[in-house]
Design a protein around this ligand. Structure first.
Ligand SMILES: *Cc1c(COP(=O)(O)O)cnc(C)c1O
Length: 412
């Protein structure tokens, strides 16, 4: 027996490519995160999609279009997550989940034709820049680094007004950037890139779809390290892409199958469970991040704070105009240099010293401890990922660690 579908919900798996996530139109993102990707409503049906552990499917004769055949190509455990992410990003087609954010990055970069030019932010996820450099070293593409906040410079690089002379094949955008939190004028960049025939890929990991929906600003493809905010609990490594373009989606899906860049069913199920609370987590951690940014800016041990919520931040005006929030990553430079930054990391008790971000737990690290981090990132920059703990507990721990660091500086 089929119950009524009060919100117009239909079987999310029926005719997926044709319908996309249209049945969720008009609902707010906080609602979509909870409501999307549910099994069909009927008496006795589970509220959550099941985890299906099967590498292959019963199949004889010529397979029908969309028929499940083999779990490297598609499985029903991916589909609810893919539908939910697509609805959150406002994509017309289901998203594609990958075995990691980097598998999604590799798939997206595979859209650059051999010998094509790729324009990337000078400050971006390190391993993305590493993969681009590796492809360039093998002669597969050309790479040009830009300050993504400098719209004129990015547009010149995309059009090929510089030394190379040829228009770029792809513009890669992160905004806010990792770890400098520069904010791009995405609508302007996407319009210019489309005008000169470049594909626009936006890594939306830092912003989340609650803060920025790049496809609505002209991007062709949006990327997530699902590992971070979407899954949100630092317990899975997973990636995803979404697009409105049938041909691009077919190529990205084919890349996943040909390269075996696939996600495990448990991980995708955990990511969907994490996604249910995305709005609560993002609201809480953003509010706490803005409060901590203001307090840090007034702390005597702090030389500089980066967070787009601060009116003094170079990205503030643009973020206020283009984003639906300021995110929950902070950049902090203590007085006294990298040794003092390391002392802060050693002194915290509640904040977790760790790489990665976007989990319920607050964490921090000095980025230049990695030899691969860009040389233009200050040696003393701490990147803080603000979680959902109580703001006063976080502040007590952090300010005590900064006070201890201040004493280190004073002793010199
Ligand atoms: C972590 C991260 C990635 C890579 O994702 P993995 O899931 O770790 O492979 C890509 N982009 C950004 C902005 C990230 O923070």
């Amino acid at each position: 027996m089929t119950l009524g579908t009060p919100h117009g919900f239909s079987d999310p798996h029926a005719d997926r490519l044709a319908t996309g996530a249209g049945h969720l139109d008009g609902l707010s993102p906080a609602t979509v995160a909870v409501a999307a990707g549910r099994p069909e409503r009927r008496q006795g049906a589970p509220v959550n999609p099941p985890v299906v552990l099967s590498s292959t499917y019963v199949s004889a004769g010529t397979p029908a279009p969309g028929e499940l055949l083999y779990a490297r190509a598609d499985t029903e455990t991916w589909q609810p997550f893919e539908e939910a992410l697509s609805a959150l990003e406002g994509a017309a087609l289901p998203a594609l989940v990958y075995g990691s954010g980097m598998a999604a990055v590799a798939a997206a970069l595979s859209l650059v034709p051999p010998g094509g030019r790729l324009v990337v932010p000078r400050h971006a996820y390190q391993i993305t820049l590493g993969l681009a450099a590796d492809l360039a070293a093998r002669g597969l593409l050309g790479v040009e680094h830009v300050d993504i906040a400098d719209t004129d410079a990015v547009v010149r690089a995309v059009r090929g007004d510089g030394a190379s002379g040829t228009p770029a094949a792809m513009l890669w955008v992160e905004s806010p950037t990792n770890p400098m939190l520069e904010v791009a004028d995405l609508p302007a960049l996407a319009a210019a890139a489309r005008g000169s025939g470049a594909l626009v890929v936006v890594d939306n990991t830092f912003a989340t779809p609650l803060v920025q929906q790049p496809l609505r600003s002209g991007a062709h493809v949006v990327l997530h390290s699902v590992t971070k905010y979407l899954a949100g609990h630092s317990d899975v490594v997973l990636g995803a892409l979404a697009t409105d373009d049938d041909a691009l989606r077919a190529r990205l899906a084919s890349y996943r199958t040909l390269h075996g860049a696939i996600a495990g069913p448990w991980e995708v199920w955990l990511a969907l469970r994490g996604l249910r609370t995305l709005a609560l987590r993002v609201e809480r951690s953003q509010a706490t991040a803005a409060e901590l940014a203001a307090r840090l800016a007034a702390h005597p041990a702090v030389a500089e704070v980066r967070h787009p919520s601060l009116p003094s931040d170079p990205g503030h005006e643009r973020a206020a105009r283009l984003l639906q929030g300021y995110g929950s990553i902070l950049g902090v430079r203590p007085h006294g240099g990298p040794e003092v930054a390391d002392a802060v990391v050693d002194a915290v008790r509640l904040w977790v010293p760790a790489t990665s971000l976007g989990g319920v737990e607050s964490s921090l690290e000095r980025r230049r401890r990695f030899a691969t981090e860009s040389a233009t990132v200050p040696e003393d920059l701490l990147r803080l990922s603000v979680g959902i703990e109580d703001v006063e507990d976080l502040w007590a721990d952090l300010s005590a660690a900064l006070d201890a660091a201040l004493r280190v500086v004073d002793r010199r």
